[in-house]
Design a protein around this ligand. Structure first.
Ligand code: SF4
Ligand code: SF4
Ligand code: SF4
Length: 267
């Protein structure tokens, strides 16, 4: 990534929305008192959801939510990159194309024609793609949505002039540290935790349900072993493919796991 801003007095920060549901921006808004504290250290110069509007201004840090899904997105992301010292992609839409990338590989134009009475009014690209497919991205925060503490940690790092870090280990590690019962071992529920990136605090297992992979692939994710485990638990190949082809369907590791399942002996 570009060098962090050295001992910055204040950071000029922008938050930009692309094709998305706004949920990751809410992670920042929901910081509550912490956001008020941050307001003393950063200048939020553009954040449409919160009020400030100045999309063309130069900033130290641009947080970008959402995927590139329209012709206008293609132009706007280049403009933002040119005006931002650091560009940080937040959330599954921005890092992997998001749920809207499920259309990739389908005939998007046909779908639009079937749904809308005036399809010519819809300006939509055939594929939904992550921000890194179009411009240099300095750091990525995965998750759907990202969490407030993740956002806070990134901003704190930048204020200290150091490179931000994220936990790329598996959800299972957080699950074990918290002492939650493993839904896969105790109840035979297929769980994506062994291949999914940590940072949510093992939210779903804490509530007795399986992880469905919303934080994207962990480092060194052994998707072969998990696919074999799912098959041994009775999941059909189609069901295994759906496990990998969800919110982060275009993350290369999950895409490869789905393709391999389609072609492998699990079918
Ligand atoms: S990653 Fe999820 S929560 Fe964030 S904008 Fe996309 S759909 Fe919404
Ligand atoms: S419940 Fe899921 S995330 Fe937790 S230890 Fe078991 S497999 Fe891993
Ligand atoms: S447990 Fe899995 S699906 Fe649930 S919030 Fe965490 S990463 Fe997302």
């Amino acid at each position: 990534m570009n060098a962090p801003v050295k001992n910055p007095v204040r950071l000029r920060v922008a938050v930009h929305k692309f094709s998305s549901c706004d949920g990751c921006q809410l992670a920042l808004l929901n910081l509550g008192e912490d956001l008020l504290t941050l307001a003393g250290r950063i200048d939020l110069v553009h954040f449409a959801e919160a009020g400030p509007l100045d999309p063309d201004t130069d900033v130290d840090v641009a947080f970008v939510e959402g995927s590139v899904s329209t012709p206008e997105d293609l132009e706007r992301i280049q403009h933002i990159r040119q005006h931002s010292r650091l560009l940080i992609a937040i959330g599954a839409c921005a890092t992997a194309g998001g749920i809207q990338a499920l259309r990739n590989g389908a005939k998007g134009a046909e779908w639009v024609a079937q749904i809308y009475s005036h399809p010519e009014a819809i300006a939509s690209l055939e594929r939904s793609t992550p921000i890194s497919s179009h411009v240099k991205v300095d750091f990525e925060l995965w998750g759907c949505p990202v969490s407030g503490p993740q956002m806070l940690a990134v901003v704190n790092s930048l204020l200290l002039g150091v490179a931000p870090r994220d936990n790329a280990d598996k959800v299972c590690t957080e699950c074990k540290r918290q002492g939650y019962s493993c839904v896969m071992v105790t109840r035979g529920v297929p769980c994506m935790g062994p291949v999914t990136r940590a940072s949510c605090g093992a939210l779903c297992p804490s509530l007795g349900r399986d992880c469905y992979g919303c934080y994207g692939p962990a480092e060194n994710a052994n998707t072969d072993a998990l696919a074999a485990q799912f098959a041994s638990q009775g999941l059909t190949p189609q069901a295994i493919v759906r496990r990998f082809q969800s919110i982060n369907s275009q993350a290369p590791v999950f895409l490869a796991a789905a393709d391999k399942t389609r072609m492998s002996g699990h079918e």
